[in-house]
Design a protein around this ligand. Structure first.
Ligand code: NAD
Length: 352
C-alpha cells in the first residue's frame, strides 16, 4: 500500500483505520448473500465514473471505500462527491446530509496489487478501459470470500473476456453505468456464461434497492445494449457530418427537439407502437440500404482528435468552451439533467 504526504491530512486519517470497515463488515462467509447484507462496497477507480457509482450506494445507507492509485484523483473525487450530494439535496432527491454521507465513505490510495481483500461485500471496478488492467485486478480478487460479488463497469468488454480463466466467474458480473453515473438511472447488468443465478438476482435486487433501474442483458455481446445503439447512431452521425448533410449544431437541435425529446418518455418500442409497425417497416426498408456501414470513425472526428480537440476536457470539441471552466460546463449540464431526473422519477409507476 502506498503511503504519501496525504497521510497527515484528514482524508488519510480516514484511510488508515476506518472503524466501520473493521467492526461492521465481517458479514457473511460462504455463498452470495441477499442484497440487504451487502453493506460495504469498494469502488475501484475514483475517476469520472467512480464518484457517481459510489454516491448511489452511499445515499442508500451503505458504506463505501473508494480506491485509486492517484492521491489527486481521490481528492478530486471527494470534492466532486460533496458537490454532487449538495445538488441532490438542493433538488430534494435525498434526505441525507453531506456530513452523514461523508461519514460512510473512506478514500484509500493504493494500487490494484494492494487492494484490501477482507471485510468488503462487493467490488465495483471502474478502472480505465484497458483489458490487462481489469484482468489483473480480478485475478487479485480471486482471494476474496465466496460471498463477495465482483463487478466491472467496463463499457465495451464482455464478462468472459475479462475473467475467462478465473475460478471466480460465478461471482463476476458486469454493471454498466451511464455518465453522469450519479444521475442517470439505468444500469445494464450483464453476465458471463458462468455467472451464478444468485449473483445475478442479488445484483439486480441491490441495484433496485439503491434506486437504480437495472436492465438485464440476456446474452453476452460487446457494448451490451445501449453502447451498441449509441454506436450505430454515432456511425450515422459521422456519415451525415462527413457528407455535409447537417452542421453539428443543427444536428443537436434536431435530435434534442425530436427523437431525444420523445425518448425520455417513450422508449423506441413504445414509439414504434405509436407510429405503427407497418409504417415503421416501410420506412426502414427505404432507409436501411442507404445507411452508413463504415468500420472507422469519420474524417472530421479523427482530425479533431489529432488536433487535441477532445471536447469539454480540452476546452474545444464540436463546440468551443475556452471561455468557461470545464467544471462550470459540467455543473450546468448536470443541473439540467437533475431537473429531468426529478420529472422522470415522478413519472415512474409506484414500486419501480
Ligand atoms: N467515462 C464514461 O462516460 C464511462 C461511461 C460508462 C462506463 N465507463 C467505463 O468506466 C470505466 C472507468 O472510466 P472513467 O471514465 O471513470 O475513467 P477515468 O480515467 O476517469 O478513471 C479511472 C481511474 O482509475 C485510476 N487507476 C488507473 N490505474 C489504476 C491502478 N493501477 N490502481 C488503482 N487505480 C488506478 C485512475 O487514477 C483514475 O482515477 C472504464 O471501464 C470505462 O469504459 C466510462
Amino acid at each position: 500500500m502506498i503511503t504519501v504526504s496525504l497521510f497527515e491530512t484528514p482524508l488519510l486519517s480516514k484511510i488508515i483505520c476506518h472503524p466501520r470497515i473493521i467492526n461492521e463488515t465481517l458479514t457473511t462467509r460462504g455463498a452470495i448473500v441477499a442484497e440487504s447484507q451487502i453493506k460495504h462496497i469498494a469502488v475501484i477507480g475514483a475517476g469520472t465514473m467512480g464518484v457517481g457509482i459510489a454516491q448511489a450506494f452511499l445515499l442508500a445507507g451503505r458504506t463505501v471505500t473508494i480506491i485509486d492509485v492517484s492521491a489527486e484523483a481521490l481528492e478530486r473525487c471527494k470534492t466532486q462527491l460533496q458537490q454532487n450530494v449538495q445538488s441532490f439535496i438542493h433538488h430534494k432527491l435525498t434526505t441525507h446530509s453531506i456530513e452523514k454521507v461523508m461519514e460512510n465513505v473512506t478514500f484509500l490510495q493504493c494500487d490494484i496489487t494492494d487492494i484490501p481483500l477482507d471485510n468488503i461485500d462487493m467490488y465495483v471496478e471502474s478502472l480505465p478501459e484497458i483489458e490487462e488492467l481489469k484482468r489483473s485486478l480480478f485475478s487479485q480478487l480471486c482471494n476474496t470470500d465466496e460471498h463477495v460479488i465482483l463487478a466491472t463497469n467496463t463499457s465495451s468488454m464482455t464478462v468472459s473476456r475479462i475473467c475467462n480463466e478465473l475460478p471466480t466467474q460465478h461471482r463476476m458480473i458486469g454493471l454498466h453505468y451511464f455518465n453522469p453515473a450519479h444521475i442517470i438511472p439505468a444500469v445494464e447488468v450483464h453476465k458471463g456464461p458462468l455467472t451464478s443465478k444468485q449473483t445475478i438476482d442479488t445484483t439486480l435486487s441491490l441495484m433496485k434497492a439503491i434506486g437504480k433501474q437495472p436492465v438485464l442483458v440476456q446474452k453476452e455481446v460487446p457494448g451490451f445494449i445501449i453502447n451498441r445503439l449509441t454506436g450505430a447512431m454515432e456511425r450515422e452521425i459521422d456519415f451525415l457530418l462527413d457528407e455535409g448533410v447537417v452542421s453539428p449544431e443543427d444536428l443537436d437541435i434536431a435530435v434534442k427537439a425530436s427523437y431525444g425529446f420523445r425518448l425520455a418518455t417513450l422508449g423506441p418500442m413504445e414509439a414504434e407502437d405509436m407510429i405503427g409497425l407497418d409504417t415503421a417497416a416501410r420506412a426502414s426498408a427505404n432507409i436501411f440500404p442507404t445507411l452508413s456501414n463504415a468500420h472507422l470513425p469519420s474524417k472530421q472526428l479523427l482530425e479533431k482528435v489529432a488536433n487535441n480537440e477532445l471536447g469539454i476536457k480540452s476546452g474545444i470539441g464540436w463546440y468551443d468552451y475556452r471561455n468557461s471552466q470545464s467544471t462550470e460546463v459540467l455543473a450546468n449540464n448536470n443541473e439540467k439533467l437533475l431537473k429531468q431526473l426529478s420529472l422522470f422519477l415522478a413519472q415512474q409507476p409506484q414500486g419501480k
